[in-house]
Design a protein around this ligand. Structure first.
Ligand code: SF4
Length: 377
C-alpha cells in the first residue's frame, strides 16, 4: 500500500492551481511524530508532502521515523529550501526527492508565484546530488500555460540525470480549489503525445511505464474514463495535517478514521473504511494522479510487476518507437469525444500581495474542507 502524509498546509509558494498557501495549518495542530509512530512497517511508497514539508522543523526526525516503514520514502517539495534537505539526503541518500517545476524560468515562477523559484530549485537539486542523492527529480503539473514546454523540461531533466514526474490539473480537497479546468482540453492533450514518444525512446524501463501513465493523463485531460479503475482506500491512502486518514486527496466524503485517536489496524478495518471503499468502487471521477495511476498499474498478484494491459501497451509501442515508427495515438484515444468544461481563468500570484488566512479553531473535517464538492471529469 502507498501512503501520503500531508505533513502541513503551510506553504511558501503561491500557486495558481492550488490554494493550500491561503489556508495554512498551525504547527501545533499538525500530525505529530507520536501519531506517525503508530504507522506499521511494510508500505510500498511513503510520500511526505504538504503544503511544503521543509517548513516542518521536525522533518528530519519525521523521515528518520518513517524511512524504515517503507520500501521507498519520498519527499515532495517546492524546492525553495533545498539546504534543509541536505542533512536528510546525507543520512538517507536513496530517498526520493521531487521538486515542483512548471516550465522555463518565467513560466514556472509565474505559475507557482515564486520569486526566483526556478533558479533556486535547479541549484537545489544539484546540491542534493552533490550531497549523494540518488533518486532526484522534478514534478510538473501539466496545464494550458506550460504544456508547450513539457518535452523541453523532460529533456532538461534527462540531461541533468534527474527524473520527471508529471500530473495534470485537477480539483481536490487538498488544493482548497474546485475550479481547475483546462481552457483547451484537446490542445493540451495533443501536446502530451510528444512526451510519451520521448519517454518510449528512453533506455529506462521506468520511463516506458511513465509513457503509459501519461497516456492516462491524456484520457484525464479530455474528460474520459480512467484507463484502469481506482483502488483508493485499499492500495493507497492519505493522512492530512489533522491526522485524519482519507482514501484519496480528492473527495472529502471518503474518510477512513483518525490516526491520533485510533490505531492503523482499527482504521483499515473500520466501518467508515468499508463504506468508503464501497463509494470508491462506484466513483465516477477520472483522476489519474501519480498515486492513483501507479497503484492502479500494479499487478494484484505481484505488486512489483505491472498489470497485463500497461505491460502489453508498453511492449508494443516501445517496439514501434525502436524501429523508427510513430505511435498512432488516435487508435487509443477518442479525440472526437472531448468533455465540455467551463472557462475559469487562473491568475498568477507572483508579486501580488495576497495574504494567507489562518483560521483558528477548526475541529471537524467539514470545517477543514468547507468547499465540500471536488469534481474531476
Ligand atoms: S477516482 Fe474517485 S476515489 Fe479514486 S482518487 Fe479519484 S476521487 Fe478518489
Amino acid at each position: 500500500m502507498d501512503l501520503t502524509v500531508i505533513s502541513t498546509f503551510r506553504c511558501n509558494s503561491k500557486c495558481q492551481m492550488c490554494y493550500i498557501w491561503q489556508n495554512p495549518t498551525e504547527p501545533k495542530e499538525e500530525v505529530s511524530l507520536a501519531t506517525l509512530s503508530k504507522l506499521p512497517s511494510g508500505f510500498d511508497n511513503l510520500n511526505v508532502s504538504g503544503g511544503e514539508p521543509t517548513l516542518r522543523k521536525d522533518l528530519g526526525e519525521m523521515i528518520d521515523l518513517l524511512y524504515p516503514k517503507a520500501r521507498v520514502t519520498e519527499i515532495s517539495s517546492n524546492g525553495l529550501h533545498p539546504e534543509r534537505l541536505v542533512p536528510i539526503i546525507k543520512k538517507h541518500p536513496n530517498i526520493k526527492v521531487r521538486f515542483s517545476l512548471e516550465g522555463d524560468q518565467e513560466t514556472s515562477d509565474r505559475i507557482r508565484g515564486e520569486k526566483d523559484g526556478y533558479n533556486t530549485k535547479i541549484a537545489g537539486l544539484r546540491m542534493l546530488r552533490e550531497a549523494g542523492g540518488t533518486d532526484l527529480g522534478f514534478a510538473m503539473v501539466i496545464q494550458d500555460e506550460n504544456v508547450d514546454q513539457l518535452v523541453n523540461v523532460y529533456e532538461f531533466a534527462r540531461k541533468e540525470g534527474f527524473e520527471l514526474a508529471t500530473s495534470t490539473l485537477h480539483n481536490a480537497w487538498q488544493f482548497y480549489k474546485n475550479d481547475n479546468y483546462f481552457y483547451d482540453r484537446k490542445a493540451v492533450a495533443r501536446k502530451v503525445e510528444g512526451l510519451i514518444s520521448a519517454l518510449l525512446r528512453s533506455p529506462k524501463p521506468k520511463n516506458w511505464f511513465r509513457a503509459y501513465l501519461n497516456l492516462g493523463l491524456i484520457e484525464k485531460i479530455l474528460g474520459h474514463d480512467r484507463l484502469i479503475p481506482c483502488s483508493a482506500g485499499r492500495d493507497f491512502a492519505f493522512i492530512d495535517p489533522w491526522s485524519d486518514v482519507w482514501a484519496c486527496n480528492v473527495r472529502s466524503d471518503l474518510p477512513m478514521g483518525n490516526l491520533a485517536r485510533e490505531s492503523w489496524n482499527e482504521i483499515m478495518n473500520s466501518e467508515a473504511a468499508q463504506q468508503t471503499r464501497k463509494k470508491v468502487a462506484s466513483c465516477g471521477q477520472n483522476c489519474w494522479m501519480v498515486t492513483t495511476a501507479r497503484t492502479a498499474m500494479r499487478s494484484n498478484l505481484v505488486p512489483q510487476l505491472p498489470k497485463g494491459e500497461p505491460l502489453l501497451w508498453v511492449i508494443k509501442n516501445k517496439l514501434k518507437v525502436s524501429i523508427g515508427k510513430s505511435i498512432c495515438f488516435d487508435s487509443y484515444i477518442d479525440y472526437s469525444d472531448v468533455r465540455p468544461s467551463p472557462h475559469v481563468e487562473r491568475t498568477s500570484f507572483l508579486n501580488k500581495n495576497v495574504k494567507a488566512r489562518l483560521v483558528k479553531g477548526r475541529i471537524t473535517p467539514d470545517e477543514h474542507y468547507p468547499l465540500r464538492t471536488f469534481m474531476n471529469n
